[in-house]
Design a protein around this ligand. Structure first.
Ligand code: ADP
Length: 350
């Protein structure tokens, strides 16, 4: 195909004085000019007034002259005055003896791509802003809730200390219910605060997962020994993550596998598989399992499938979800009631 016929790219020549000396059909498509109103005109006319005032057309020519080529992405002017975002390159043309005789310019309309990127950037900024606002809101609310709760707790503790055994049995029971309730509320508020603040600014580095599992096993040592749990791992890679946050994910999942165990000895299997640009990690157990209708619900903050017979705040999986999704991944569960559960999540390759 001839250069003149290429219609997606504007391709033309400029002489050393900056005058346009050739035209192809792409100039019509990209910039809206016809041959007669393009050739012979100054190259500067396709620059926006701001860029022209800054001398960008001269800088571009100078860079191409000194370095052989100048490429850039910027807004340009079409003949009708509208703007088009251009991915362009200016190449110096020289005679065999090195003498500069002009430049060739290639321009491609990248407006759609630029606008899509711009929209994506704006929505990411918006998301970050609303996440930050939400975290600030949760922080303030949790702090404000803690103050009156502290008053309730200290007075009911005082009541228990002074009057337990001196009133009747029902009164003693009421006091211990208030104590338990306020302690639970304190735990929930602290959990919410942790959830709101967690993962806000974790730096991502290379983290070997075998070290993470070792640290988690040390933290959960007592319960692992008590339950006589058997934890086994496939080959564990190094992933790109925040070390504290990734440890929290494994700790919550392994901790749950131990907590929601069935009558048999807990067996926990940790595996990682490569999938395109990610690792898919899984933590599988032989515990009580989860019915399919709760697969989504358990990842929501404060949602639990159990009452106080098993301790917890319902925030562990919400924290896991938040951490995994912050690094662009997903987390899900598959399970069979009475047989066990398998939690799967993606992590970026180191
Ligand atoms: P918590 O354990 O504090 O209740 P989580 O957010 O960690 O909160 O878990 C939410 C709910 O999901 C739990 O209350 C439990 O009912 C269920 N769950 C989590 N992990 C498991 C598991 N490995 N086996 C069975 N049920 C689980």
């Amino acid at each position: 195909m001839q250069v003149e016929e290429l219609i997606d790219y504007a391709i033309f020549m400029i002489d050393v004085d900056g005058t346009i000396v050739s035209w192809n059909a792409g100039v019509g498509t990209v910039l809206g000019y016809q041959r007669e109103d393009f050739i012979g005109q100054p190259f500067a006319m396709i620059f926006t007034p701001e860029d022209r005032a800054n001398g960008e057309h001269r800088t571009e020519s100078l860079t191409a002259k000194c370095e052989g080529r100048s490429s850039d992405m910027r807004w340009h002017l079409r003949k009708d005055g509208s703007r088009v975002y251009i991915d362009g390159a200016l190449n110096a043309i020289r005679e065999e003896d090195g003498r500069l005789i002009g430049f060739s310019k290639v321009m491609k309309d990248a407006t759609a791509q630029h606008e899509a990127e711009d929209a994506l950037r704006k929505s990411e900024e918006q998301l970050q802003r609303s996440n930050k606002e939400l975290a600030e809101f949760a922080h303030v609310v949790s702090h404000d809730l803690q103050a009156p709760l502290r008053t309730i707790r200290s007075y009911v503790q005082l009541l228990a200390k002074r009057y337990q055994g001196r009133l009747d049995q029902t009164a003693d029971e009421f006091i211990s219910f208030i104590l338990e309730g306020s302690e639970k509320m304190d735990e929930l508020i602290r959990g919410l605060l942790h959830y709101a603040e967690f993962g806000q600014d974790g730096e991502l580095v290379s983290v070997p997962l075998d070290e993470v599992i070792e640290a988690v096993s040390t933290t959960l040592k007592t319960v692992i020994e008590e339950t006589e749990a058997e934890i086994s791992c496939g080959e564990l890679p190094t992933v790109r993550a925040n070390p504290i946050q990734i440890q929290q994910v494994f700790q919550n999942l392994i901790g749950n596998a131990l907590k929601y165990k069935s009558a048999v000895r807990p067996r926990i299997r940790i595996e990682c598989m490569r999938d395109d640009g990610n690792w898919i990690c899984s933590v599988a157990d032989n515990g009580i399992g989860i019915a399919a209708e709760y697969y989504d619900r358990i990842f929501l903050p404060l949602k639990r499938l159990h009452g106080d017979e098993i301790a917890g705040t319902g925030l562990g999986l919400a924290v896991c979800k938040k951490i995994v999704e912050r690094s662009g991944g997903r987390i899900s569960v598959e399970s069979k009631v009475g047989e066990g559960s398998k939690f799967r999540f993606t992590l970026p390759v180191a």
